[in-house]
Structure formats: C-alpha cells, structure tokens
Design a protein around this ligand. Structure first.
Ligand SMILES: [Zn+2]
Length: 333
C-alpha cells in the first residue's frame, strides 16, 4: 500500500510537471469492424466497440487548440472508476521491466529520420501533435485486429516511401498470432514503428498503476514475441478509447515503462458505421485540424485502409510531407 501511495504521489508530481493541460481528443475508437468469429482466449469478454465506453464523436477536438467537448467532462474528472479491472489475464506488476534503451535496435532504416541519438524518451509526457513549425504530419493506425488490412496499409505506405506507426492491442497480436507476426515483422522491415495500445484494450480508468503497468508490459511481451526480438523498444502508449490522458495512474504507468503518451489531432472516424472513403477524407482534411505537426489517427477498418493511399496523396497535394515514425517527434520535443 505504501508503495502504491508513493507511486501515486510520484505520478501526480509527474503530471504536475510535464503534462500538457487542456482537453484530450474526443473518444476515438471503438474500432468497430473486425473479425467477429472465433476470437477466443485473451480477448474473451473484453469490451468491444459496443461496450459504450465512449462512442465516436463527430467533432474532433484538438487538445492543443483548447477546444472543449462536453463529452469529455466525465473522463476528466474520473471520480468513479469507469470500469472494473479485467478479471482475466490480469497482468501483475511482476512482468519484466523494460530494458535499457537501445536506439535503432531494428534493422536498417532506409528512410530519412533523425539519428537515434537525437531521440529523447519522454516518459509520461503527452503528445497530441508534433512540431508545429514543420510541414509534416504523422500517420498512426490503432487496434490491429484486422491484420489483412494492416498488411495492406503497410504495403501502401511502403509503396509511397513513408512510414506509419502501429498501435496494436496485445490481445489481437495473440489472437491472430501468425498473421500478426508476419505483419509486425514486415512493419519492422519497412522501418515502421510499433507502439503500445495496452493488452486488453479496456478503459484504464479505475485501474491502479500496477495493473496498468502490467497490462502495458504484457502488450510489449506479445509484440516482442511476435517479432522474435526480445529487445524491441516501444516509444509511446496510446490509451484505448482515448481514456487515460491526464489520468495519474495511466500516466504514471507509462512513465514507469519509459513510454510517452500518444494522443492525436485528427481522427478519421473510419470506424463509424456507414463510413465512406469520402467521409474519412473529409475528416482528415476538411475539419480544420490538418496542419503542421498533426497526428492522424486511423484504425484498421476497411474504410480507413481504402482511404490510406488517398490520404498520403492528399498530404503531399497540400504541400506537407509525412514525418516518418511517430518517435521522430521526440527528436524535436
Ligand atoms: Zn483502440
């Protein structure tokens, strides 16, 4: 108990010292379409898109712009836990610690990016955009339950000579082990980045630091196992449903795992039922959030995957480029 209290106080101190204020983005994601058949094992009983943790919001709010969204009030105050900790596969804090940072541990990086030495881990710090002075944006893809679409995304990005950053939930790595391993290994071979989106893909609100840390560690182990790389280094964690920004337990767990917290500034909302490619392109480019440093949030839904090549073209058509892996924002942070 004393240790937990100490951690909490450390977390509060970290929050006070390093977190951006303001409002987090509207709850993303409930990732919707995905293989519905035969998901078993660790995924059983994990809340899906219909769990109503936070529905997609039509209005994307950019926290850096100070836009307020009434729907966020509940998540900002978290007086009551939003959900119970998962009652299965509940990882404990005994899982392994992250190793010492090994920049550039993956194979060759053929595309321009900051030298590994320039990357500075930013444990517990929340990012909702990159460098606002640079004409570049970042593409991130969450959940990774549809590995066929992830493979298409990786090929589209590779064909365009750019990188994307994947945020797979660990349970989707384990549930579709073979496809996940093939895609994740391909991602590394293409110099894409793989980060943490928790293992269980549950709201972290109401969980304590050790529960969350255990969950993050379990996701990392799943990724490392799929990669056959026991030293693979993750740089960011993104909380499921956007629930966890400014949450002391979540941020402290991220800090302990040497992970920065990744938000976003543009939500394509391709997971929304009935979404179309035109709808996704509108959300990316026409809602006033497309600008220098933007972090674009996609999912592995069919609509987002179909739109990705057009998104890449649209970025260039507007005079911006893709900044490569998300970790590159750490070079100028
Ligand atoms: Zn997600």
């Amino acid at each position: 108990m004393r240790a937990a209290a100490l951690l909490l106080s450390i977390g509060i101190a970290v929050l006070a010292g390093s977190c951006q204020g303001g409002v987090q983005p509207a709850g993303p994601s409930a990732g919707v379409s995905g293989p519905s058949a035969g998901v078993s094992g660790p995924s059983a009983g994990v809340s899906g898109p219909s769990a109503g943790v936070s529905g997609p919001s039509a209005g994307v709010s950019d926290p850096s712009a100070g836009v307020s969204d009434p729907s966020l009030a509940a998540t900002m105050t978290r007086a009551t836990p939003a959900s119970s900790p998962p009652d299965e596969t509940s990882p404990t804090a005994s899982t392994t610690e992250l190793p010492t940072l090994v920049p550039g541990s993956s194979d060759a990086a053929p595309w321009p990016s900051p030298s590994p030495a320039a990357l500075k881990p930013a444990p517990g710090r929340e990012f909702f955009h990159g460098d606002l002075s640079k004409a570049e944006v970042f593409i991130t893809i969450d959940d990774c339950r549809n590995w066929k679409n992830i493979d298409l995304d990786l090929e589209a990005a590779h064909a365009a000579g750019i990188q994307v950053t994947l945020f797979p939930a660990g349970r989707f790595v384990d549930a579709y082990r073979q496809a996940a391993a093939a895609a994740l290994q391909k991602a590394i071979s293409y110099s894409d980045e793989i980060d943490n989106h928790t293992y269980v893909h549950e709201s972290p609100l109401g969980q304590d630091v050790l529960q969350i840390k255990g969950d993050l560690d379990t996701q990392l182990l799943a990724v490392r196992s799929a990669l056959n790389d026991p030293a693979y280094r993750e740089w960011f964690v993104r909380p499921p449903y956007g629930l966890g920004f400014d949450d002391s337990a979540f941020v402290t767990a991220a800090w302990r795992d040497d992970l920065a917290v990744a938000g976003w500034s543009i939500d394509s909302s391709g997971y929304e039922q009935g979404s179309t490619v035109a709808f996704v392109l509108h959300n990316v480019f026409e809602t006033g959030h497309f600008r220098n440093g933007a972090i674009i949030l996609l999912h592995d839904d069919d609509t987002d995957t179909a739109a990705l090549p057009l998104i890449i073209d649209g970025i260039y058509a507007r005079g911006l480029s893709i900044g490569g892996d998300l970790k590159n924002i750490l070079a100028s942070a």
